[in-house]
Design a protein around this ligand. Structure first.
Ligand SMILES: Cc1cc2nc3c(=O)[nH]c(=O)nc-3n(C[C@H](O)[C@H](O)[C@H](O)COP(=O)(O)OP(=O)(O)OC[C@H]3O[C@@H](n4cnc5c(N)ncnc54)[C@H](O)[C@@H]3O)c2cc1C
Length: 397
């Protein structure tokens, strides 16, 4: 077994890379173990980042680079094709839609080149009886004794299972995402447009003057999920689903870059499991979707993961004592206290976010008038200012 003296992060998604970068900025050496053979920078097409997410990116020192890749979105517009009603509000704070590739590549490029180890799939975690440190076993048979373990391994997290967090659940619908490129420029305004019809939902956000990100909700039909590996099946079923949408929508889907098409069943951790769950044990914790996977209805899951990264690294740097071993900085003391504080500081933020997301998702997904009424009342009572979540400031790194 390798005796690793570093902080080990599992998963090189948005949160894992952001956490690695936040720790790196604080001078804490770390290594990221990613199961894919290469950087996962093509999945999921794009991601909307609100003001709170930009604050976290500012702290990570990558916001300026990323601002250059995406235009500022001015308005939030909802169009109902059922009754022709249009509801429009000015966008609160900074909102841009980033290509996931730009975000992932930018975070990765800021890290020392040896930080991410690819092709390392975590299979199990056990505590070493002598040291109480986590022993990580990988699918190639290798093992590491980690001093600190941070699970950023997404909605089906092995690290969250190790912490005995309840399993995540699935909404009754799925999402398709895609990127459409218009070499001669598109005609969409710089708006985030939601178009609804008969309980169907399509969201469109321009990234720049030539690229547009779109996402739509698909009802879940139980069948072999492998059919969605065929990108043309995703395209055809989206075209069928939105066949009664305007012609420009059909064109947008027809010209979508096939490689960007992405189908996913939407997972979430219930707000009450988040409230009751224990998200750290000794030198082990979780961040990002591994802690709080939520539906895309507020577009906040990824930004919440960026906030986690800043808060986690700040606490580890402040509370964990940094020792120099063989000329490298490693955190070996005070980790437990730092992780407790990190979870405490994040808990109510992510419980509120996930509750608002959950109620919004249930409201979107139900056709029962009574249920719709109940969700509207709950949202009104609990979230008087529905855009409050964008004002959140995770603080300085
Ligand atoms: C349709 C949709 C739209 C969304 N839109 C937005 C939006 O507009 N704005 C927003 O902020 N958020 C949005 N989100 C949420 C956002 O995509 C996620 O919150 C975010 O991508 C989670 O990042 P992560 O790094 O925590 O997890 P992931 O992206 O899931 O990354 C986990 C990583 O861990 C690796 N991994 C997993 N298991 C192991 C293992 N055992 N060993 C080693 N590596 C492993 C995976 O390969 C992966 O690279 C959306 C989500 C959906 C589904």
């Amino acid at each position: 077994m390798d005796i690793d003296d570093e902080v080990v992060i599992i998963g090189a998604g948005i949160c894992g890379l952001a956490t690695a970068l936040a720790l790196h900025r604080k001078g804490i050496n770390n290594v990221v173990m990613e199961r894919s053979e290469t950087l996962r920078n093509t999945t999921g097409a794009a991601i909307g980042i609100r003001q709170n997410g930009w604050r976290a990116l500012d702290q990570l020192g990558v916001a300026e680079t990323l601002r250059r890749t995406a235009i500022l979105i001015h308005r939030d517009r909802t169009v109902s094709l059922d009754d022709g009603k249009v509801h429009e509000i000015l966008m609160k704070g900074e909102f841009r839609c980033l290509r996931r590739k730009d975000l992932i590549d930018t975070l990765y490029d800021e890290l020392p080149s040896t930080t991410v180890k690819f092709g390392c799939q975590l299979e199990s975690i056990k505590l070493d009886p002598n040291t109480s440190k986590p022993v990580l076993r990988f699918s190639d048979g290798s093992a590491i004794l980690a001093k600190v373990l941070i699970g950023c391994d997404g909605g089906k997290s092995i690290v969250a299972d190790f912490l005995n967090v309840k399993p995540t659940k699935k909404f009754s619908f799925c999402a398709v995402r895609g990127l459409s490129n218009y070499p001669n420029g598109h005609s969409f305004d710089h708006d985030f447009v939601r178009i609804t019809k008969d309980n169907k939902f399509l969201g469109i956000i321009p990234i720049d003057d030539h690229s547009v990100y779109w996402t739509c909700a698909h009802p879940y039909v139980p069948r072999d999920e492998r059919i969605w590996e065929d990108l043309e099946v995703i395209r055809r079923s989206s075209l069928d689903l939105l066949s009664d949408y305007p012609r420009e929508i059909q064109e947008m889907i027809e010209i979508t870059d096939a490689k960007s098409l992405w189908f996913s069943h939407i997972r979430y951790r219930t707000p009450w499991d988040l409230l009751m769950g224990t998200f750290c044990k000794g030198p082990v914790t979780v961040a990002g979707d591994a802690m709080h996977v939520m539906g895309p209805f507020l577009g906040q899951g990824g930004s919440a993961g960026l906030e986690d990264a800043v808060v986690l690294a700040r606490n580890l740097a402040q509370r964990g004592s940094i020792q120099i071993e063989n000329g490298r900085k490693v955190t070996v003391q005070g980790v437990e206290g730092a992780f407790h504080l990190y979870v405490k500081q994040r808990k109510m933020r992510v419980v509120r976010l996930s509750l608002q997301t959950y109620l919004t998702g249930m409201l979107t997904g139900t056709s029962s008038r009574l249920r719709k009424f109940i969700y509207i009342v709950l949202l009104f009572l609990l979230f008087r200012n529905p855009s409050d979540h964008m004002d959140y400031d995770c603080g300085r790194l």
